[in-house]
Design a protein around this ligand. Structure first.
Ligand code: GDP
Length: 362
């Protein structure tokens, strides 16, 4: 699962991304972590892991991971091939959700490509490029599918109807995510890889001086996000980059000084996890405490398959205790004694924070 960071030039994308890559360095011991300047694999913050690590005196703690991709090059006219144009658009097609950085800081020394600070206009420019790109894809596909329908291929009727709906909403200048679609329509939609169907997290980038204060620009971003049922995070990218460069203890001191519980970047990571419909189940033992990422709604055998395919194939049952019950009881054995450990079968749908022990046949 990937999140793509987009925004106009000079809004603070690279600054935010340098915070992401700085944080990504902490996960560098992951075998699957690629170290590339435009990709950052970051740990999803989860205090439950720290608590369990202490409880089990575990030797190792492994967090869930989320991948961020820096998608530079979006400018006015990108859908027409301006700037990186189509290259940009193909990169964004590969991500599962978008983090849209919006400039909310005034600084006369840093040129704004469109003149002055104006979040509404900036968001519109980016959105319009994505809408135009989608419109082109939809029209192309619709032309094809309508031909099939005309020659009597009934299985394309539903797709044609959906494409007409998408065409209408995009032609009005609205993103696809503003449409309410049925489950069947959403299944078809997934096959189109359209840009404006991806969920968005807005990231209002404020100046250092405005941390903890009201900011009219950030309020504007918030309003737009609300209308789109999207989330809006207010961060100061410069400060985030500074925080990410500190070690754990220094970081906490810095945050305390600013009166913040969590860094803005951590808040974005958490929001990204949520917007992608991801949850974590946990495994805990002396060797390792670990978070495993699954899609909300995943059943026990498939969840087990995240650890090893053998676990899925030979799944018998899972012993499950909720994190809060485990903590309240003070340990797995105590939780078992108090009847808090459930034995769940193949149809059990995992919840966020389930602490699990799998039983399986080899
Ligand atoms: P990008 O083109 O969107 O990647 O923007 P950059 O991250 O390169 O930022 C452009 C300029 O804005 C740089 O000089 C940054 O230092 C500055 N900048 C980024 N974030 C902030 C911020 O939160 N406050 C202030 N004052 N400047 C910022």
């Amino acid at each position: 699962m990937k999140l793509g960071v987009v925004g106009l030039p000079n809004v603070g994308k690279s600054t935010l991304f340098s915070a992401i890559t700085e944080k990504a360095a902490e996960c560098a011991n992951y075998p699957f972590c690629t170290i590339e300047p435009n990709i950052g694999n970051v740990a999803v913050p989860d205090v439950r892991l720290d608590v369990l690590t202490k409880m089990y005196t575990a030797k190792k703690t492994t967090s869930a991971i989320l991948e961020f991709v820096d998608i530079a090059g979006l400018v006015r006219g990108a859908s027409n091939g301006e700037g990186l144009g189509n290259k940009f658009l193909s990169h964004i097609r590969e991500v599962d959700a978008i983090v849209h950085v919006v400039r909310c800081f005034k600084d006369d020394n840093i040129t704004h490509v469109e003149g002055g600070v104006d979040p509404e206009r900036d968001i519109e420019i980016i959105e319009l490029e994505l809408i135009l790109a989608d419109l082109e894809s939809v029209k192309k596909r619709l032309e094809k599918v309508e031909k099939y329908v005309r020659v009597g291929e009934k299985k394309y009727v539903a797709e044609a109807e959906l494409l007409q709906k998408l065409d209408a909403v995009l032609s009005k200048g609205e993103p696809i995510r503003s449409l309410k679609l049925s489950a069947e329509e959403n299944e078809i939609l997934k096959t189109f890889f359209l840009l404006t169907s991806k969920p968005v997290i807005y990231c209002a980038n404020i100046s250092e001086q405005d941390i903890g204060k009201d900011n009219i620009y950030a309020d504007q971003v918030n309003e737009i996000a609300k209308k789109q049922n999207a989330q809006c995070m207010v961060v100061c990218a410069r400060t985030e980059a500074e925080i990410a460069g500190l070690d754990k203890e220094e970081r906490q001191l810095f945050l305390d000084e600013l009166g913040l519980k969590m860094s803005g970047l951590d808040i974005i990571i958490k929001a990204g996890y949520e917007v992608l419909g991801l949850i974590s189940y946990l495994t805990a033992g002396e060797k390792e405490v670990r978070a495993w990422t699954i899609k909300r709604g995943t059943k026990a055998p498939q969840a087990a398959g995240k650890i090893h395919t053998d676990f899925e194939r030979g799944f018998i049952r899972a012993e499950v205790v909720s994190y809060s019950d485990l903590i309240e009881c003070g340990g797995f054995t105590q939780a078992k004694e108090r009847g808090k450990v459930r034995s769940e079968g193949k149809d059990y749908v995992f919840c966020d924070g389930d602490v699990v022990l799998f039983r399986f046949n080899v």
